[in-house]
Structures are given as C-alpha cells and as structure tokens.
Design a protein around this ligand. Sequence first.
Ligand SMILES: *[C@@H]1O[C@H](CO)[C@@H](O)[C@H](O)[C@H]1NC(C)=O
Ligand SMILES: *[C@@H]1O[C@H](CO)[C@@H](O)[C@H](O)[C@H]1NC(C)=O
Ligand SMILES: *[C@@H]1O[C@H](CO)[C@@H](O)[C@H](O)[C@H]1NC(C)=O
Ligand SMILES: *[C@@H]1O[C@H](CO)[C@@H](O)[C@H](O)[C@H]1NC(C)=O
Ligand SMILES: *[C@@H]1O[C@H](CO)[C@@H](O)[C@H](O)[C@H]1NC(C)=O
Ligand SMILES: *[C@@H]1O[C@H](CO)[C@@H](O)[C@H](O)[C@H]1NC(C)=O
Ligand SMILES: *[C@@H]1O[C@H](CO)[C@@H](O)[C@H](O)[C@H]1NC(C)=O
Length: 425
Amino acid sequence: MSSRDCILCKLISLTITAVVCSVLFLASLHINYHWEFIKEHVRFRRNSPQQNGWMHSPQGMLRVYMFNVTNAESFLNGTDLRLKIEQIGPIAYHVTGLNEILSQTDDNVTFRRNPHNIFEFDPWASSSPDILNQTIIMPNIILLSSAAKLHDWVFFVRHAFNAITINESAFLKETINYFLWDFTIPTLSLLAHYVPNIVSNCGLLYNALRPKDLIYNVKIGVDNGIENFFRVNTFNNKTYFPQQRAYVKRAKKSDEHCPVILDNSFDNSLFPPLLTPETELNIIATESCRTLKLNYDRDVVCQGFNAYREVPTAFSAPHFMNTAYNFTKHFEGLSPDKEKHEAEVIIEPTMGIPLEEKYRFQINIPLPDMKGFNKDLQRFSHMVIPSFWYEFVSLFQISSSLQLSFVLIQLRNFDNFRIWTICQH
Ligand SMILES: *[C@@H]1O[C@H](CO)[C@@H](O)[C@H](O)[C@H]1NC(C)=O
Ligand SMILES: *[C@@H]1O[C@H](CO)[C@@H](O)[C@H](O)[C@H]1NC(C)=O
Ligand SMILES: *[C@@H]1O[C@H](CO)[C@@H](O)[C@H](O)[C@H]1NC(C)=O
Ligand SMILES: *[C@@H]1O[C@H](CO)[C@@H](O)[C@H](O)[C@H]1NC(C)=O
Ligand SMILES: *[C@@H]1O[C@H](CO)[C@@H](O)[C@H](O)[C@H]1NC(C)=O
Ligand SMILES: *[C@@H]1O[C@H](CO)[C@@H](O)[C@H](O)[C@H]1NC(C)=O
Ligand SMILES: *[C@@H]1O[C@H](CO)[C@@H](O)[C@H](O)[C@H]1NC(C)=O
C-alpha cells in the first residue's frame, strides 16, 4: 500500500465523518431550536414579548344581532300561529381585553381578566350608523322570563303577578339602544318582590358586560408538562362554578351532561403546544357558567339544545342551529347556516396560540306552559324566545419580536392549521 493511497483513504474517511457530523449537527440544531422555543414559550416569563402580547388580548369585534317582530298583533289575537321575526344588525363594537397578572411563580400564574376593557360602538361597521336609534318590536322578555320563573309557584303568586303586570304589554316597541343598554319596565321594582335576583337594568348588553370577577390561576412551566400549559387550576379561587353548586354535589367528575367542574379545562386565551386532533380541549364559558368542549373537525355529533331549568336564559348557537328545538313550530324568519352561525377557534397547533376565534352565542328564554297567566302571555307557551345573538371575532395580536420566530414555525406547519368547532349542548 502506497502512502498516496493512505492519504486518499484518510481524506475520504475524514470527508465522510465531516458530512455525518454536519448532518447530525444540523439535525440537532433543528430539533433543539424547536424544542427550546417551546420550552421558553411554556415558561411564560414576565415581560416576555409573548406575555405582553397576551396581556392585551383578546382584541376583536363584537357584532350583535336582534330580532324585530313584524306580526305582533296578529300573533296575539290568534290570526297568526307563528311569530314572524326579522334579523336586525349587526350592531358593532370594538373590544379589547386586558389580562392583568396578579402573581406569578415558576409553576402557575394568577391573573384577572377584563374581557371588555375597551368597548366602543362602531357606527360604520354596523348595519346603519344610526342603528341604535332605530325602533324594533320585541317580546317583553322581562315580563316573560319573570313569569317563567314563577310558573312553578302556587296559584296566588301567578295571580299577584297578573295583577301587578296588568298594564304591561307582551310586546314592546323601543329603540335598539333601549333594549341593549337601558331596558326596564315600569313594574320592574314591584316584580323584584317576587322574582329573585332580578336586576334594575335588564339591558341585554348592559347585563352581559357587567363587570364580573374573572380570576384565573393556570399552570405554566416545564415541570408541569408542556401538555398542561395554561390548564386552569382555579377560577375565582374555586375548582367549579359556584352558581352550579347543586350539580357539583351530584357529579364526581365533569361529563358531557354536567360540565360544571373545571378540571382539565382551559381559560381560552392560550392552549398547550403540540396539539393534535386527539387533544381534548375544554374551555370555560363564563357566560353560561359551564365548560364547553372544543371538537376537532366539523363532523361532530351535537347533542342539541339543552335548557337549564334553574337559569332563565339558555344558550344555543344562533338561529337555534343544531338544536333539538323545532323552532319552525313557533317562528318564521330564522335560517340557521353553518357558515354564519357556527363557532370556531383556529389554533396554531405547534404553539397552541389561538389565531382567530369566532364565538357565536344566542341567548334564549325558554318558556314553560304559561297556564294561569294572562291571555297574551299564554300565547307564548313552550316557546323558546331568542333575545339576541352575538358574534365575537378576534385575531390574536402577536408582538413584532415574537412574530419573527412565530412566522418561521407557522410557515413550516402551514398545512397543519386546525379548526376546532364548539359543539353547544
Ligand atoms: C321593525 O318592525 C316594525 C313593524 O314591522 C317596523 O315598523 C320597523 O321599522 C322595523 N324596524 C327596523 C329597524 O327595521
Ligand atoms: C288580528 O289582528 C290583525 C292585525 O291587527 C287584524 O288584521 C285581524 O283582523 C285581527 N283578527 C282578529 C280575529 O281580531
Ligand atoms: C402556585 O405555585 C406556588 C409556588 O410553586 C404554589 O405554592 C401554589 O400552591 C400554586 N398554586 C396553585 C393554585 O396551584
Ligand atoms: C340618536 O338619538 C339621540 C337622542 O334622540 C341623539 O342625540 C343622537 O344624535 C342620535 N344618534 C344618531 C346616530 O342618530
Ligand atoms: C294600570 O293603568 C290604569 C290606567 O292608566 C291605572 O289606573 C292603574 O292603576 C294601573 N295599574 C297598575 C297596577 O299599574
Ligand atoms: C383562595 O383560597 C385560599 C385557600 O382556600 C385562600 O387562602 C385565599 O385567601 C383565597 N384567595 C382569594 C382571593 O379569595
Ligand atoms: C316542526 O314543526 C313543523 C311545524 O309545526 C312541522 O311541520 C314539522 O314536522 C316539525 N318537525 C319535526 C322534526 O318535528
């Protein structure tokens, strides 16, 4: 063997080693970069760009839709069996939330959420700039829901109710502004003696936006496991909804029929990284005091409408979409549409950041048999009155320094964007 051959074979083996090392180095760089980035994200450090972006979220547009009754008289006198309603809206508001950190450790963070920190009417994004001054005719839902609450009571309570409300009409013709922000009826203070927890201003948005304590404690940090990032430990210092205490006693664990215990749920502002379609995600729906399951994909079996007896309002998808309630028996003018009425959250699966959210809820008043109340109210027996529905569309705001790293990952996983759908029970 000549020394030239030996140099050649040394050169070849060196080259091979160098190539292998470079490949391994590049591969490790790639994996480490990805993994380190996720670990850093899950640590959720104070004053990190990621945390600062999250603090001023969500930002988006709230659009409210109401229903104008066009055949009130014919309905009351029995000529029309169904209520004809016309959707009015949107009535649009810009909304910016604020998440204020109260305390933070390596393992968890406690924060107060004000989802409506900034709330401004946008006349130009509304169906008409003077929409708030337009008049519509709505069922007198204060009267109807008060009656519904009293319907199980002894007959003389209903009798007293009829006497007190003798001058109240079953339909009201008022401005949209009145119904949303300043809704009251003359006998409201009298009704308060009979109906528990009634408030003096029943304005639909006024009540929906009334400041509530929303204090979350969620898991952060690598030690908790990245799959538990932002999982809720407590909500308002409890592991269940205090409003649903009666259910909690019966239920040992949350299930689909009794989703009132918070374990395993998320606050809905951030999700764990590395989501897959199989990842089970439950979010806390503070509006309805329960958790909602986010279902991957649109092909989900929805259980349909399920009204709580204790609570006078019930939630559904707009236009009663996917509910068991046969609304065509009682209403003309509703047309459920997946595109317009389905709620969805688009989550970037690698980091678990919700990119775009569309929440769509309709607030309804389910009415029992109205026997014992006056003739007009009896016309509403067994109806579920849609009082209004809203859509909140938000885009996650990412601060510019985070955006750089974020976009890299986003591009790599661009085909992976997943759509979760809220299936409302
Ligand atoms: C609501 O319906 C009533 C009765 O049909 C009509 O007079 C009124 O203009 C409608 N309001 C709006 C905002 O369309
Ligand atoms: C019911 O009211 C409608 C609208 O006001 C009217 O046209 C109709 O004649 C009334 N029918 C009866 C039976 O009173
Ligand atoms: C949050 O973390 C601190 C320190 O690790 C711990 O003492 C506390 O119990 C945690 N809180 C909750 C609600 O888990
Ligand atoms: C609505 O009505 C109020 C009081 O009548 C008036 O001050 C206001 O300018 C009106 N707004 C619009 C947009 O027409
Ligand atoms: C109803 O209206 C009539 C006539 O305006 C009035 O005399 C009566 O006191 C009112 N009843 C109640 C309970 O408000
Ligand atoms: C939350 O509960 C813990 C333990 O029960 C208690 O020490 C703490 O003061 C409570 N915090 C608030 C804000 O109520
Ligand atoms: C719903 O109600 C309408 C009108 O009363 C009726 O024609 C239809 O058969 C009902 N549908 C179901 C599924 O019960």
